[in-house]
Design a protein around this ligand. Structure first.
Ligand code: PMP
Length: 390
């Protein structure tokens, strides 16, 4: 067994289903044995509610949750772990909504402006619009400006700089795009925005795939889904700079937390660090490039986001482990069914893009460290066989 096989062997679902090529990790990732073991260990040794016991199991549960918070701060390269807040949520959708309604809404005043990405995942568009609408009904007018994009679907930082005014109070961005797989070069957003404006990062597609450093990116909120980073379904977190304590108190904060999910998240972050984010990044980028190259040679296919006309001083937008495409004659849902009939699990729909997103459906292949060259070759062979078929 080589190293890649040894790593894949840590995922029991693949041993149970050797015929399956799971190519939908952007929707949710599979779980390594270490994560499953941590959950079983917790549930069979100290399952209790957190923060409210005088007995050992409750205290152990509280300690595990506190440790998971510290684990996440370290994972995010938090420069001031004593000051940040970490709130566990069910996923990115709930996390972004919680930042919008619990934190942003009370900050905004009549005439304020916010900048929102309309061609990213709807989970990162709708909550900000909801805040503006909610406040609008109370007579507080908020201007929502669409984040500008360039021809490569990257953010246009020059146009963004021109949009910033003294009334700009908030900017929402995405780290890696869930349809085009592009790295959105978020480090340029702070430079364009200046120092004072809070920036919220949707890290749903970057956590577990590449380092997400709040020191490097200089953002104020990071929101992600733990289940896309190999933790259990129903897990996720909001990291908030300088927001420890009552400054940011999301709804449900005082309720029963998803204890086993939080335990699984801490175990997943350990696993990811052990494997190495650089290795994961290198592997998934290489597999995606192999697929993209093959598809670009097949005239029946269009790979979304592949046409670029970048300005000379723009950094080249790196593509991550997501490749989305269409066949000119076969509908995307049909293509999804054809691949599924051969045990290749891809996503075929509109991918929940916001209102400035793609207008027709497409097929998305998303990769993680457990995917193999053989799986990608098998997919390429199946897609090649469909070349020129109606
Ligand atoms: N943002 C992005 C960029 C995503 O890819 C997703 C998941 N497809 C979400 C938000 C929503 O994540 P969840 O369904 O886990 O809440």
């Amino acid at each position: 067994m080589d190293d890649a096989d040894k790593l894949r062997a840590q995922f029991p679902i693949f041993a149970a289903h050797p015929e399956v090529a799971y190519l939908d990790s952007a929707a949710t990732a599979q779980k390594p044995q270490a994560v499953l073991d941590a959950v079983v260990d917790y549930l069979t040794t100290s399952n209790a509610n957190a923060g409210r016991g005088t007995y050992t199991w409750a205290n152990r549960t509280t300690a595990r949750i506190d440790a998971a918070r510290e684990r996440l701060r370290a994972f995010l390269d938090d420069p001031e772990p004593g000051r940040s807040g970490v709130h566990f949520v069910s996923g990115t959708t709930e996390g972004l909504r919680s930042v919008a309604l619990d934190w942003l809404a009370p900050q905004l005043r009549d005439g304020d402006e916010i900048i929102v990405p309309f061609a990213d995942h709807r989970a990162n568009t709708l909550p900000w619009l909801e805040v503006a609408e909610l406040l609008g009904r109370q007579g507080i007018r908020i201007t929502v400006r669409p984040m500008p994009y360039d021809a490569a679907h990257d953010y246009d930082h020059r146009q963004l700089a021109a949009l910033i005014t003294e009334r700009t109070r908030f900017i929402a961005v995405t780290h890696v795009h869930h349809v085009y797989g592009g790295d959105m070069n978020v480090h340029r957003i702070r430079a364009a925005a200046g120092p004072g404006i809070p920036i919220c990062l949707d890290a749903a597609q970057s956590i577990g795939h590449l380092p997400v450093s709040v020191t490097d990116l200089d953002v104020d909120f990071v929101v992600f889904s733990g289940h896309k980073a190999m933790a259990l379904p129903g897990t996720g977190a909001v990291w908030a700079r300088n927001q420890r304590g009552p400054a940011y108190t999301p709804g449900g904060w005082s309720g029963t937390p998803n204890t086993s999910g939080i335990v699984s998240l801490a175990a997943a972050l350990d696993w990811l660090d052990e494997v190495g984010l650089e290795r994961i990044e290198e592997w998934t980028v290489a597999l995606a490039a192999r697929l993209t190259d093959a598809l670009c040679r097949l005239p029946s296919y269009e790979v979304l986001g592949c046409q670029r006309s970048l300005a000379a001083d723009s950094p080249v937008q790196k593509r991550r482990g997501i490749v989305t495409f269409r066949h000119h004659d076969i509908g995307s849902n049909d293509l999804g069914f054809i691949l599924a009939s051969d045990a290749m699990m891809v996503r075929a729909d509109d991918h929940c893009q916001g209102e400035d997103g793609e207008k027709t459906t497409s097929v998305r292949v998303s990769l993680h460290v457990y995917n193999t060259v053989d799986e990608v070759e098998r997919l390429i062979a199946a897609l090649t066989a469909l070349e020129n078929r109606r």
